[in-house]
Design a protein around this ligand. Structure first.
Ligand code: ADP
Ligand code: MG
Length: 729
């Protein structure tokens, strides 16, 4: 965006228009000060405006209003330097500055200064912006200093502290609590430090009147939860008269975020229920019934039956099904997928089952092929490595409709793949698929096919509510009978030979074992060498011809992988040495031991997935987590959790706590978790309340037409286009 010069009205207007397009923040009905470009704010000007846009994404008054302080300085709370101890994290002290000097050579240049109060000395250190900081600091001046205490040569210091010249008492006669904002080094060097941004928000909040920030929540909710009004909350989160007022403001704004998000989610859901068109599976025909009666290899669990019922009733209604099926590893989702596909075929439609890896796709094809051996159903496999002749044949049969089931990897969503009448898409292990990929499926039918997303990665309730709240939801919460919990232990490198002895004993009983190494990234030579070395070591313990070993890793061709997998599945090899490529879906019930090498390198849900490969048959199974003796706190915690529980949901909750929602696979792109204030980890109770209230509002007034909900509707309309909510459609 070009620079704007005062007085150049043409450029200003162009810019306004761009901003209008960018933000779409204009509220119909009355002129709104909040949509003003940020350069119009007193104290900003063109240069700072440019920086605010580039560095913090602040384009308008509204953006600045929503740039919240991360803390407030309470000038009445000043600690003594001598109060600092090893427990101290952040501290605010006041003292006189002296000994400002630059030390170190070119590569380790630093600026240091000493701060002295009546109790002692504290070192302050800068590594960046040295010249600028040095120019600003004045020896002999009293400063108010805030920052995180760290230790250097066992002396406490603060690196890159927040500094301001100290004048005792109330700073500007009004506020005890001065806001400090997130900022960047660049802004800091242009006079917009975390404190100085407060000067801008002060100007802004001083200009705002109640009519500029209309309430968006229904009055009854505000009353019931005793929430602060929107206007008050947005002013007081910046300049609270007290800590209690600050807390009230935060609570109100967090609730608003969560409530609005829940409302949108649930509106999508209810609109889909009310208005979407879907293919109708209302016949439970010959294939489904014949298979159910004559070819089911086992009795279904109660949970499997329930889920199939849910799917049947959902797909019979003439609206599109968009359902998330969660079931822990080994809970038996494949058979549910198969029955669902038969339902589609009975109603004259084709079905597609999509798996995240080639191995898994092949395995599904084999499993389903053998289950359908005696049934008049045609199924094909399409993967990236399909030979062109076979590929052509499959594509032809698909478009003619003679191929009823297509199983494959993401190859099935390529442009060239055209179905005659696709009725349902089942996506296995959904978290591996990107949003865009899933959206592509849509283009494959005139009426959108039903979608069933299956995942074995348990999703914590809060995450499910926020990230997948627009999907219908089924869960298989029961394992097939006869499964025993997997015993999980942690062993150190130094105990390797005992671990191998244990493996030997199991194998000699006729069982099979996995030995898992960290994933080989394309570029990661180290992991590859590590795997090869590991393989040689294993071979040393388990020499041919008494023992045979399969190996599967990401650098092999599909054929090599397939062959190795096959030998293990058929019991020709007793040991599978592998990277995490086998993580999902692989099913070898005779395997009873899983050794995970460098277990500290794996995430919790990954460990849980891996462990799910054993304990699938009737025999007692074991998972051994091998690691070095030096472990970080998080790794130690992950291993502790794995050895103490087998419950996938519990593990998922812990995973969310340890990693935070931003890192949970599959949600990263969705953008739905980018709350400014709320956290789905820390604000669970508030999230539950917000959800219940959103559902209640929509139950009473699905189109938000009542007088009480009008401001809510207006707010939603005005925000439209700013957020991408839908993940599948
Ligand atoms: P996942 O949910 O992890 O995909 P699978 O569908 O691969 O699980 O099933 C795991 C194993 O459990 C398979 O060997 C399958 O044949 C078996 N299985 C599934 N459902 C039942 C059941 N109701 N009774 C007995 N075994 C079952
Ligand atoms: Mg599976």
């Amino acid at each position: 965006m070009g620079k704007i010069y005062a007085g150049d009205s043409k450029i200003k207007i162009d810019n306004c228009f761009q901003l209008f397009l960018l933000k779409n923040f204009i509220i119909p009905g009355y002129p709104n000060i909040l949509s003003n470009p940020i350069e119009y704010l007193k104290g900003v000007g063109p240069q700072r405006a440019d920086l605010l846009k580039k560095e913090l994404g602040i384009f308008t008054f509204n953006d600045l209003l929503l740039h919240f302080p991360y803390r407030h300085i309470d000038k009445t709370k000043i600690s003594l330097i001598s109060d600092i101890n090893f427990q101290t994290e952040y501290i605010q002290v006041a003292g006189v500055l002296f000994n400002i000097e630059v030390t170190g050579d070119k590569r380790s240049r630093r600026l240091t200064a000493q701060l002295k109060d009546k109790s002692g000395f504290l070192e302050l250190t800068w590594f960046q912006g040295i010249a600028w900081v040095q120019k600003m600091l004045q020896a002999g001046q009293p400063y108010l200093v805030y920052g995180k205490v760290s230790y250097f040569q066992s002396r406490p210091q603060i690196i890159h502290p927040e500094m301001e010249i100290f004048t005792s008492g109330k700073q500007d006669g009004k506020n005890f609590l001065d806001p400090v904002y997130p900022t960047t080094e660049k802004l800091r060097s242009r006079g917009l430090s975390g404190r100085q941004i407060g000067k801008l928000t002060q100007v802004l909040t001083g200009m705002l009147r109640e009519k500029d920030i209309p309430e968006n929540l229904p009055g009854s909710i505000i009353q019931q939860l005793k929430l602060a009004g929107r206007y008050t909350a947005l002013k007081q989160i910046h300049f609270p008269p007290s800590m209690a007022a600050y807390d009230d403001a935060v609570k109100r704004l967090k609730f608003e975020e969560l409530f609005i998000a829940q409302l949108r989610m649930n509106m999508l859901l209810s609109n889909r229920h009310r208005f979407s068109k879907g293919v109708v599976f209302d016949k439970v025909g010959g294939l489904f019934n014949t298979f159910y009666k004559d070819h089911l290899p086992f009795a279904l669990t109660g949970a499997q039956k329930r889920v199939i019922k849910e799917i049947r009733s959902d797909t019979a209604k003439g609206r599109q099904m968009n359902r998330l099926l969660q079931g822990d590893v080994g809970s038996g989702k494949t058979i549910v997928a198969l029955l669902t596909m038969l339902l589609a075929i009975d109603n004259g439609y084709q079905a597609c089952l999509m798996a995240p890896t080639e191995i898994l796709a092949r395995q599904h094809f084999a499993t389903i092929g053998s289950l359908l051996k005696k049934m008049p159903v045609t199924a094909g496999l399409l993967t990236g490595s399909a030979k062109s002749a076979g590929r052509k044949k499959i594509l032809k049969e698909l478009s003619e409709g003679s191929l009823q089931i297509l199983i494959g990897t993401h190859a099935v969503i390529e442009e060239a793949v055209q179905f005659k009448n696709l009725g349902i898409v089942i996506i296995d292990e959904q978290h591996r698929f990107g949003v865009a990929q899933r959206a592509k499926l849509w283009e494959k039918g005139e009426t959108p096919p039903h979608v069933l997303v299956m995942t074995a990665t348990p999703i914590p309730r809060t995450l499910a509510m926020t990230a997948y709240g627009d999907l219908d939801y089924s869960v298989i919460d029961e394992l097939p009978p006869g499964r025993q919990p997997v015993t999980t232990v942690h062993r150190l490198e130094s105990q390797r030979s005992r671990v191998m002895d244990f493996l030997k004993a199991e194998i000699d009983k006729g069982r099979q074992a996995y030995i898992i190494f960290p994933l080989i990234e394309e570029s990661d030579k180290l992991d590859y060498e590590n795997l090869m070395q590991g393989y040689e070591t294993v071979k040393g313990y388990f020499p041919e011809p008494k023992y045979w070993i399969s190996m599967v890793h990401g650098r092999q061709s599909a054929d090599q992988k397939e062959l190795n997998m096959k030998r293990f599945v058929e019991g020709d090899t007793q040991i599978m040495v592998s990277t995490t490529v086998i993580e999902v879906g692989v099913n070898v019930p005779n395997a009873t031991v899983m050794v995970i090498e460098s277990a500290e390198k794996f995430g919790l849900s990954q460990l849980h997935q891996l462990r799910g490969r054993v304990g699938r048959g009737a025999d007692k199974s074991y998972c051994i987590l091998l690691s070095g003796s030096k472990l970080g706190n998080d790794a130690r915690e992950r291993i502790r959790i794995m050895t103490s529980t087998g419950n996938g949901f519990e593990i998922a909750e812990k995973d969310l706590e340890l990693r935070g929602p931003g890192d949970i696979e599959g949600t990263r792109q969705s953008g739905v978790l980018n709350f400014r204030l709320a956290s789905i980890v820390n604000d669970r109770p508030l999230l539950e309340v917000a959800r219940n209230m959103a559902v209640a509002v929509l139950d009473n007034d699905p189109d938000l037409v009542s007088a009480e909900n009008l401001q809510l509707k207006e707010y939603l309309n005005e925000q439209k286009g700013n957020v991408i909510w839908s993940k599948i459609s």
